[in-house]
Design a protein around this ligand. Sequence first.
Ligand code: GLY
Length: 442
Amino acid sequence: MNILIIGSGAREHAIASACHRSKTTPQLFCCGSHVNPGIAALTVGYWAGNLSELDSILQCVKTWEITLAIIGPEAALEKGLADRLWEQGVPTIGPKKQSAQIETSKYFARDLMKRHAIPGLPQYQLFDSLEGVELFLHELGEVGYVVKANGLMGGKGVKVAGEHLHTIDEALLFCRSLVEAGKTFLIEQRLIGQEFSLMGFCDGKKIIHMPIVQDHKRAFENDVGPNTGGMGSYSDHDHSLPFLDQTDMRTAQKINDAVLQALMQETGESYIGILYGSFIATRDGVFVIEFNARFGDPESLNVLTILESDFVTLCEAMCRGSLSEEHVRFARKATVCKYIVPVGYPDSVVRPEPVNFGFLTDPSHLYFGSIELCDGELYTMSSRTAAYVGVADVITAAERLAELEIDRIEGPVLHRKDIGTADAIDRRIAFMKQLRSNANAG
Ligand code: GLY
């Protein structure tokens, strides 16, 4: 079997590693935006270029006689790569363009939930001008709103009251900039609680869920600083998280189920690929932040590292519409993933610097991201360099393993030491306890 992986970040390195472990011994190929040395070591063919050039990718598919494709990044889904691949007879993990709207249009996702009366929907309104904006902002309150550009913005289209926007005037200025850029945008109720990610494998009929993961988007310790692609994430041995209860988990699963069915009903398409619900547990229950139509990064690194069943067999079952629980088996282990990033990330990375991983004791859980090989040496690029995933029976032990290995990396790189520590987890548990007790008190 010849498998094509589209994308060249750490997420795609984890996908390639999971394919490489398969008993089906596939030949792996990659089309990415740069040559990731971790992926290159596992593949027999590699094309690096602009992933919007669908014709170039399709030419690779022909030349390499690809029999299964796995799409990593959302931009390729938005371009309709899955549609083109299926047209060429290539079974593909990743929904078609129409279905990918669940991620590519925030308004589509909210409206779908509304039309199908799916729970977990915050208050929201769509705008294409400034008319009515000020009134709705006041209705939600000084620190009670979030402004979200309606479309893929590479993580830069969301601004939160009290964090990025400090007054209604600042919010109006941001909204004006979106209008002037010709963008529609949503204003939504700001939700207070703990966020979590729940991804599932979809086979065109149903969804089978993966362990729940919590990502850390802020650049610096204690969740401050600018938003990033995600600085690290953790999951627990019971596949839930310490601050969630059984009802939270069941609610999120039911919302993903309902959204998948509603989406397939409206598009008339089979949704084959990953559905990733981004949720928040609040004092009033679980709400949806957004949906993604792909594996999360870094969340995929946590879950694929502990996937015990055969990933290639799982993907084949997804494409055939015959996925069952036995295809989806995860080790009952906790994981902590930490990204190392160049000094200055995310706003002011200056130049490539050499980075050395030669002293790691177990590099099998190391995933390369924005990194390149020049004259036999590895160099940082402008984004997240690499991630290490510690795996153990409990979160704190997984965290220590990740730290021990990251300490052995040489180069001008930083990481968040707090992710997955007992202190950080305890604070999250206490925060949720407090919120829930406030709710019970009335
Ligand atoms: N973890 C955030 C994302 O994958 O979009």
